[in-house]
Structure formats: C-alpha cells, structure tokens
Design a protein around this ligand. Structure first.
Ligand code: GLN
Length: 432
C-alpha cells in the first residue's frame, strides 16, 4: 500500500551509529529530499537535480545518525519546497495515507506521509512558510517548526533563507521533541545558528522531550480571531474542541487580536519569491545538476538548462525577479518587509500577555488530488495561518486536534522566540 502512496524519491539507507544510546538509538528516519545526504542523490523534487549526488551530509543528518538513527530514504516534496500539496514534484504526487484521493499537504508531504504510513519513526521536513506543519496537519501527525536559528541549515538546499528551518515530524510530540533535542544547537557551518547560552530566556541544557509532560496548569493560551476567520467550519469546530480540552486541563484561554496577519500571506510570497529567484540562480548548468549545452552559446545554454524547472518554480523565479527589479523594489519588496516588521511586532505584543497562541494549522481540510494545482492563489491562501510564524521567525508545533469528516485536523501552537519548551508542553497536553 505504501508503494502506491509515492512516499520516497530514493530508498537508500545511511546506517546509524550502532554504539549510540538514547531516545533515537533504534529509530528510523525519512529525510526530505532537499536535505543533503552524502552519496545519496538529493533531487529537491526537481528534474534539475535528478542526478545530483551531494559530497557531504547536512549537519542534521550527521547529528541524527550519530545519535543512532538510520536514514531509510529521501522523501517526495514539492519542487524546491514550492507548494502546499506535494503535487509540484517532478516525481509525481504523494498520496495522503488517511485518504489516498487527497494530498498529504506540502511541501514536506512525503515526510509526513511516511510517518503516518508507519514507514519511518521520524522524518525531517523544512518549513519556509508552513511546509512541516501543513503536511503534519493533513496527515494527522506532529510537526515542529523551530525558532529561526535553533537548527542548522547547513546542507539544506535554500529556497528562502530568511524564513526557513528544518523541523522534525513524528507520531507523538515526545518523539518529535526527542529528534529536536538531537538536531538543535549551534553549528559552526551555519552562522545564523545561535548559541543558546547567549540567548536571553533560552534554556540551553534542558530537554525538549522532557518538556512533553502535558502540564498546562496556569498556562495562558491566546486565541486570535483573525486566524479563525474564513476557516472551514469543520476545522474551526475541531480546533475549538481541542482548545476547550486545554482549558479543562488547567490552561486559561483569552481572545487576542493580531491585526497584521491579514497581510502575512502577501508579504510572505513576495519575500519568499524574491529570495528564491536569487537562490535558484545557481542552477545555471555549470555548477550543479542538469545541463543543456545550447550549441556552445552561453545565453542559450542558461535558458535551455532552466527549462528543467517545473511551472511553479518558473512562476516564482519570474515574480521574484520582478519584485526585486528597479522601479518595483520599493513597491513590492520593501512594502513586504514593512509588513513583516508589523507581523513581528504584533506577535511580540501578544506574547507580553500570553504564553502560547492557538489556531487551526490549516484553514482547510486536505485538498483532493488535482484540486488546487491549477489555482495557485487558492493554494497560496491556504498558508494564511502558517506564514506569519515564519515572517516572525517563531517556534510552532502542529499537533493532531481530531478529525472532521474522517480527515485529520491540526492545531497550531505558536510560542515566543526560543520558547520551544512551552509549545511542546502545550502540544503534548492536546494529544493526551
Ligand atoms: N506553501 C508555502 C510555499 O509554497 C510554504 C512552502 C515551504 O514551507 N517550503 O512557499
């Protein structure tokens, strides 16, 4: 059955250290195919990199195998992480184990579906605008998007560097947190990672897995009206019931407002596409991957080489280049940066009064296969609740809240910067 789900692009293994002890000693891990694995091709779901074999592994992969986990394969994904359904992959769509006629979410759809289908204990995804949390929500598993700077991006093929983090996916909050314990922390190869002993309020020696204790007594949960407006009624009901359960366990809930978030999707897509247009310039046929020789003419060679990108990637390179070009830079890119600053400020103000912020992870139930592929705006709008978190570089967890019409619904819990323990604690109470 799993074969039909199209979970993996490449099924090759990297053995974990057999001497290792600890939570991950015998774990299997599925790795999103934009995270480098030495000697195993890393395609980013693209024709462009269909034969690309990296010479080194990402820091997160080295840390997991050193902790005893065995890599079991490279998972399917939207091309270069650009999508919300795993349908933009050059290797065909992944199907949702909960309903194979529906998408698993994206862009880390293969990773979340691999965990949901029991093909791996844990999986790694990358989350630029929701790509760990969305597929976790659609597949009924747990996904953690860490604070920007907590987890090394060394060896992650960049989509939009100022927004993205690698994050773990697992069946339970505790397992995902145990994987985060292993991959988190300063990496000399990624200058944006932080040394937690130098971060105010962070607890460098604590264990995220130990924080999954379900104790929410006295915790204040902010419920922002804006992240419920316009969501599918069935999703809202399921998420509200999960928030009521938190209250029954001793948490206090309070309605809050995040007025800036209505601009978040627009700002996110301008910034993400601008960064992508610059990052993807490296795929020129000379340095990596696919190459067309263009009869020896450089311009032709460059243009023909880049025909290997799929439609969604081309759309984003074009729009991103446009948003950065002279005359439009202030109109789009700088406006988007202003909106980003506003979103960041709104969250900061909110966290003066509450410990965590709860909402639906996705405002919709999983799409049917093919339903949103030709309607990019509809697909982009589904990222309304996840993208604000990336704009503000905050930590968040998506945890299963229950089901609606037999389909999984995810609850998103957001915390202040480096407040992973609080969101993990709250999320573990939801699953009890
Ligand atoms: N769906 C969003 C996008 O297409 C998020 C993707 C991601 O987080 N990689 O950009």
């Amino acid at each position: 059955m799993s074969a039909d789900l199209n979970l993996f692009i490449t099924e090759e293994t990297i053995e974990g250290d057999s001497e290792a002890v600890g939570a991950l000693a015998d774990a299997t891990v599925a790795v999103k195919d934009n995270i480098s694995t030495a000697g195993i091709r890393t395609t980013c779901g693209s024709e462009m990199l269909a034969d690309y074999v990296p010479p080194y592994s990402a820091t997160v992969v080295d840390r997991l195998t050193a902790a005893g986990a065995t890599v079991v394969g490279k998972t399917n994904m939207d091309e270069f992480g650009m999508g919300t359904t795993t349908e933009t992959s050059a290797f065909g769509p992944t199907r949702n184990p909960a309903d194979p006629e529906r998408v698993p979410g994206g862009s880390s759809g293969g990773s979340a579906a691999a965990v949901a289908a029991g093909e791996a204990d844990i999986a790694l995804g990358s989350d630029t605008g929701g790509s760990v949390r969305c597929p976790a929500a659609f597949c009924g598993v747990v996904g953690i998007k860490p604070t920007y700077g907590l987890v090394s991006r060394y060896g992650l093929v960049a989509y939009a560097n100022s927004l993205e983090q690698i994050g773990p996916i697992a069946s339970t909050v505790e397992e995902a947190a145990a994987a985060l314990d292993v991959i988190a922390g300063h990496d000399p190869n990624d200058g944006t990672t932080r040394d937690l002993s130098e971060v105010d309020g962070a607890a460098p020696d604590s264990s995220y897995a130990a924080a999954a204790d379900g104790d929410v007594d006295g915790l204040t949960v902010g419920v922002p009206t804006e992240l419920f407006d316009g969501a599918d009624e069935r999703v809202v009901e399921t998420v509200e019931a999960a928030i009521d359960d938190l209250e029954a366990r001793g948490a206090e809930t309070t309605e809050i407002s995040l007025p800036s978030v209505e601009h978040a999707v627009q700002a996110y897509y301008v910034i993400a596409m601008a960064e992508a247009s610059s990052n993807l310039a490296r795929f020129d046929g000379v340095r990596y991957g696919h190459r067309s020789d263009g009869d020896g003419n450089w311009n032709e060679s460059f243009a023909e080489t880049r025909e290997a990108f799929g439609a969604e990637v081309k759309r984003r390179i074009l729009l991103g280049t446009y948003a950065l070009s002279a005359g439009y830079h202030d109109k789009y890119y700088e406006k988007a940066q202003d909106a980003r600053a506003w979103v960041r400020q709104d969250f900061e103000d909110a966290f003066a009064d509450v410990d965590v912020i709860a909402s639906p992870t996705m405002p919709v139930l999983p799409f049917e296969l093919g339903e949103s592929l030709d309607d990019p705006l509809r697909m982009y709008l589904a990222d309304a609740n996840t993208t604000p978190v990336n704009l503000a570089n905050l930590p968040a967890v998506s945890v299963p809240a229950g089901e609606a019409d037999g389909l999984p619904v995810g609850l998103q819990l957001v915390g202040p910067k480096f407040g992973e323990e609080t969101v993990i604690r709250a999320a573990s109470a939801v699953e009890e």
